[in-house]
Design a binder for this molecule. Structure first.
Ligand code: NAD
Ligand code: MLT
Length: 311
C-alpha cells in the first residue's frame, strides 16, 4: 500500500480520487507544526498540501520514502524546491483549476475598489446612510495595466475588455501574437507603470519579481492610480505601497495576498483606501474541486510510475 498524507484542507473530490486506487491509503492530518510533520512524514510515499503547510528542507530530509509532493493550487513557494530536487522528490502543482476563480476574484476586487463597496457597506451596517463619501470611478475607457499575462492575467484581460477598458500588459515571455489575440497592447514594464489607471500583478513570486513594484515604480505612476494584488505578497512592496497611498499618489489598493500571511500589525489594513480579502482568490467550490482532482490524479500517476505532467 502507498501512504498519502494530506496536510491541508482538501476538497473531498480529491480524496475520493486518491481512494479510487485500491493500493492507496489516505491520512488527513491538518494544522501540524513543522516538528509534528517531521515526526510522521517518514511513513509516507506522498504529501499533498495547499498553502498552509510549509514543506521545508527539514521536512523533506525527514521524508525518507517520499516520491511526490503535490500542491493543490498554482504557487509552489511554500515548498523548498531545491531540497526536493536534491532528494529526487517530484513536486507537482495544479496550474489550471483555479485560473477562472482567481481572475473573477481579481475583477471583483477591481470593481469593489472602483466603487468603494467595502467601506460603504461598513458605514451602512453601522447605521449611517452616507451618500457623499463614496463617489467612485468608472472602469469604462480606463487603462488596465497587467503585469504577468499568463493564465490568470489573460483571463483578467478578457474581462477588462468586456468593461471597455483598454489593456496594456508586460510579460517578458509574451509574444506579439498572443497580445494581438487577446486584444492587449504589448508594453514594457515602464509603459504599463506610466500609462495605467489600474495596475494588477499576476506573476509568480520569484527573485526577479520580489518587490517588482517598489518606491521607484510608484513615483512613475499616474496620480490616483489604483493597485490590485491577487497573485503573491511581496511582488508589490507593502512599505512602498503604504507610503504611496499616504502621500496621495495611489488612490486605493485591493489586496488578497500579503508578505506575511496572516498579516500581523500590517499598517495597510488601517488605511480606508485599502480593501482586503484573506487569500480568497481560489476559494470557490469549483476551483477547489478542480485542483484537488488534478493534483490527486498526478500523485497517483507518480506512485504508479505512469507518465505525469505539471512537475
Ligand atoms: P502563470 O504561470 O500562468 O502566469 C504567470 C505569468 O507571469 C507568466 O506568463 C510569466 O511569463 C509571467 N512572468 C514571470 N516573471 C515575470 C516578470 N518578471 N515580469 C512580468 N511577468 C512575469 O501563473 P497564473 O496561474 O496566472 O498565476 C499567477 C499568480 O497568481 C501566481 O503567483 C499564483 O501563485 C497566483 N495565484 C494566486 C491565487 C490566489 O488565491 N490569490 C490563486 C491562484 C494563483
Ligand atoms: C495558488 O497558488 O493556487 C493560490 O495561492 C491558491 C490557494 O492555494 O489558495
Amino acid at each position: 500500500m502507498f501512504k498519502v498524507l494530506v496536510s491541508d484542507p482538501l476538497s473531498e473530490f480529491g480524496i475520493q480520487k486518491l481512494l479510487e486506487a485500491e493500493d492507496v491509503q489516505v491520512d488527513r492530518k491538518t494544522g501540524l507544526s513543522e516538528a509534528e510533520l517531521i515526526d510522521i512524514i517518514g511513513e509516507y510515499d506522498a504529501l499533498l498540501v495547499r498553502s498552509q503547510t510549509k514543506v521545508t528542507a527539514a521536512v523533506i530530509e525527514a521524508g525518507k520514502k517520499l516520491k511526490a509532493i503535490g500542491r493543490a493550487g498554482v504557487g509552489v513557494d511554500n515548498i523548498d524546491l531545491t531540497a526536493a530536487t536534491n532528494a529526487g522528490i517530484v513536486v507537482i502543482n495544479a496550474p489550471d483549476g483555479n485560473t477562472i476563480s482567481t481572475a473573477e476574484h481579481t475583477f471583483a476586487m477591481i470593481m469593489a475598489l472602483a466603487r468603494r463597496i467595502p467601506p460603504a457597506y461598513k458605514k451602512l451596517v453601522e447605521g449611517e446612510w452616507d451618500r457623499k463619501s463614496f463617489t467612485g470611478v468608472e472602469l469604462n475607457k480606463k487603462v488596465l495595466g497587467i503585469i504577468g499575462l499568463g493564465r490568470i492575467g489573460a483571463e483578467v484581460a478578457k474581462r477588462a475588455k468586456a468593461f471597455n477598458m483598454s489593456v496594456i500588459a508586460y510579460d517578458p515571455f509574451l509574444t506579439q501574437e498572443r497580445a494581438d489575440k487577446l486584444g492587449v497592447k504589448f508594453g514594457t514594464l515602464d509603459d504599463v507603470i506610466t500609462q495605467a489607471d489600474f495596475i494588477t500583478v499576476h506573476t509568480p513570486l520569484t527573485k526577479d519579481t520580489k518587490y517588482l513594484i517598489n518606491t521607484k515604480q510608484f513615483e512613475k505612476m499616474k496620480d490616483g492610480v489604483r493597485i490590485i494584488n491577487c497573485a503573491r505578497g511581496g511582488i508589490i512592496s507593502e512599505k512602498a505601497l503604504y507610503e504611496a497611498i499616504v502621500s496621495g499618489k495611489v488612490a486605493g489598493a485591493a489586496i488578497d495576498v500579503f508578505e506575511q500571511e496572516p498579516p500581523v500589525d500590517n499598517p495597510l489594513l488601517k488605511l480606508p483606501q485599502v480593501i482586503v480579502t484573506p487569500h480568497l482568490g481560489a476559494s470557490t467550490v469549483e476551483a477547489q474541486e478542480n485542483v484537488a482532482i488534478d493534483v490527486s490524479e498526478e500523485i497517483l500517476h507518480i506512485l504508479h510510475d505512469e507518465p505525469f505532467k505539471n512537475a
